[in-house]
Design a protein around this ligand. Structure first.
Ligand code: DGP
Ligand code: NA
Ligand code: NA
Length: 213
């Protein structure tokens, strides 16, 4: 492998989308691909349900507890903050992170509950900004047809329609929007291409920046 790689930072690549859009399996395929090329790569996901905060979130999502909309918003945010320094260390040491959901889920899901958009973004300010955001685009109806909604709190068609609208408000020209209804291998191919471009940009010295500016 290339000696230069160990001197450059890793890339922060985020996958976003509605529930059942296929992010999780695409994230793991991408990790295998990049690992196979000799890159240091880890798959992360938010919420990270293994921490104390993550367990509170998991309990909320499975309807075992009930929390005020703003309280749960802040817990999701805290769950990203508690991983921030580790995230930065990994990236600076050259590890690329493929992250299944991030701050955009935080803003899209909470603002779908009609919380103020700016209020939703504020606690997220200062988290690391991704180098690449891939949105796996699927209509709420098609996602629901895929079945396997696990019965968690947000996995309902009417709510997912609102989440889709919220995501659309967050779309930015820098996002890569991929049609999530294409065959799995085609999606995988598109992700490989954009991820490799992103790695090159980071290796050339692109600096880390912060949300939401
Ligand atoms: P997942 O483990 O990817 O299935 O995500 C669990 C659920 O929580 C899913 O419906 C998306 C939602 N979610 C993920 N991140 C956030 C967040 O930061 N805020 C809110 N309100 N919901 C989130
Ligand atoms: Na889910
Ligand atoms: Na998922």
């Amino acid at each position: 492998p290339n000696r230069l790689k160990s001197h450059s930072r890793g890339a922060l690549i985020v996958l976003e989308g509605l529930d059942r859009c296929g992010k999780t399996s695409q994230a793991s395929r991408l990790v295998s691909f990049l690992t196979g090329l000799g890159h240091a790569v880890e798959m992360w996901r938010f919420p990270d349900r293994t921490t104390v905060v993550g367990k509170m979130i998991s309990s909320y999502l499975s309807n075992r507890s009930h929390l005020d909309d703003r309280a749960i918003h802040l817990l999701f945010s805290a769950n990203r903050w508690e991983k921030r320094s580790l995230m930065e260390d990994k990236l600076r040491c050259g590890t690329t992170l493929i992250v299944d959901r991030y701050s955009y889920s935080g803003v899209a899901f909470s603002s779908a509950k009609e919380l103020d958009l700016l209020w939703c973004k504020t606690p997220e300010k200062g988290l690391l900004a991704p180098d690449l955001v891939v949105y796996l685009d699927i209509s709420p109806e098609k996602a629901a047809e895929r079945g396997g909604y696990g019965g968690e709190r947000y996995e309902q068609l009417e709510f997912q329609k609102k989440v889709a609208q919220s995501y659309h408000k967050l779309f930015d020209a820098s996002w890569k929007i991929v049609d999530a209804t294409l065959p799995i291998e085609e999606i995988e191919e598109q992700l490989r291409d954009v991820a490799l471009d992103c790695l090159v940009t980071c290796q050339k010295g692109k600096s880390l920046s912060q949300l939401w500016s």
